[in-house]
Design a protein around this ligand. Structure first.
Ligand SMILES: Cc1cc2nc3c(=O)[nH]c(=O)nc-3n(C[C@H](O)[C@H](O)[C@H](O)COP(=O)(O)O)c2cc1C
Length: 171
């Protein structure tokens, strides 16, 4: 398979960017996501794919509840904050207006177009991301919006490369 063809085809989808947030045992986490999709109509299910390199992935393994915030073209600053640094070294929520739901999940006031999700399963197919399958607990929007898409964020350098791991199993 040609990497160029794969890249061209997936780039043509140009998905909207979202910020997924979660919390486990008092630890908050969140990162920018381009891999996400509706996966059922009734019941309403939604999937997000988390890189095994990410702090958010590690917290998510202990978490049952999540929020996904759909970004608008005005939200490049949020994309940069959640997509270019890691929660291991910085508190990404510091200085933001954040509400916390009954499960401790951070809700970003600046991003009111969002869904709250409850985990059903985690699928690890041996690749560099895991799939979280979830049921949609609630969805809300502040009205029509123009989504921020991956094509508008290609200059952002991810906080973790997808091949990074917190623990090297070979060491
Ligand atoms: C445009 C863009 C799209 C991204 N898509 C994903 C994604 O789908 N899944 C993922 O886990 N990380 C994705 N990332 C990477 C994380 O957002 C990034 O590595 C982040 O800094 C990880 O933060 P954390 O270590 O606090 O979880 C993306 C980054 C960028 C810039």
């Amino acid at each position: 398979m040609s990497d160029d063809a794969f890249g061209t085809l997936v780039a043509s989808a140009d998905p909207p960017l979202i910020v997924v947030t979660t919390s486990a045992e008092g630890e908050q986490a969140g990162c920018l996501i381009g891999f996400h999709a509706q996966s059922s109509i009734s019941p309403q299910h939604y999937c997000v794919w988390l890189s095994k390199a990410n702090h958010t992935y590690r917290v998510s393994l202990r978490a049952a509840h999540f929020a996904v915030h759909f970004l608008t073209t005005q939200d490049l600053d949020l994309a940069e904050r959640f997509g270019t640094v890691s929660g291991e070294e910085t508190d990404k929520f510091a200085g933001l207006d954040v509400d916390v739901d009954e499960h401790g999940v951070p809700l970003l006031r600046a991003a009111p177009n969002r869904m709250r999700l409850e985990r059903i399963a985690v699928l690890d197919d041996g690749s560099d991301h895991v799939c979280l399958t979830t049921r949609v607990v609630s969805a809300e929007t502040a009205g029509d919006f123009v989504p921020l898409r991956v094509s508008a964020a290609t200059h952002l350098d991810p906080g973790h490369d997808s091949e990074e791991r917190a623990i090297d199993p070979g060491s």
